[in-house]
Design a binder for this molecule. Structure first.
Ligand SMILES: [Zn+2]
Length: 93
């Protein structure tokens, strides 16, 4: 049973993600006391890419209604992955 992700946990995840030159999911999972898949899943939910990191990348607040903080790769990236997915879903339906 995994603990739910609180706002504080997410901040910690983002901070750990920013620490190294290359984010290490296994190390972050160990630091947070969570499983690798739990961290990887939450990271992708927040839009944290473990492969690339742009110079303007940082945590930003979604401009849509949801108001979630998510990992944004640049100024043009202002909609969180969850909202993007729901929009794509609507367009495809
Ligand atoms: Zn959103």
């Amino acid at each position: 049973m995994q603990r739910p992700w609180t706002a504080r946990d997410k901040e910690r995840l983002a901070a750990l993600y920013l620490e190294g030159n290359m984010p290490d999911v296994a190390a972050i999972a160990a630091a947070l006391g969570r499983s690798y898949s739990n961290v990887a899943c939450q990271a992708s939910r927040m839009g944290l890419a473990f492969t690339k990191r742009g110079v303007n990348a940082k945590m930003r607040r979604c401009i849509r209604q949801c108001g979630r903080d998510f990992w944004s790769e640049g100024f043009e990236n202002r909609v969180c992955p969850t909202c993007k997915r729901s929009r794509e879903y609507l367009e495809c339906a």
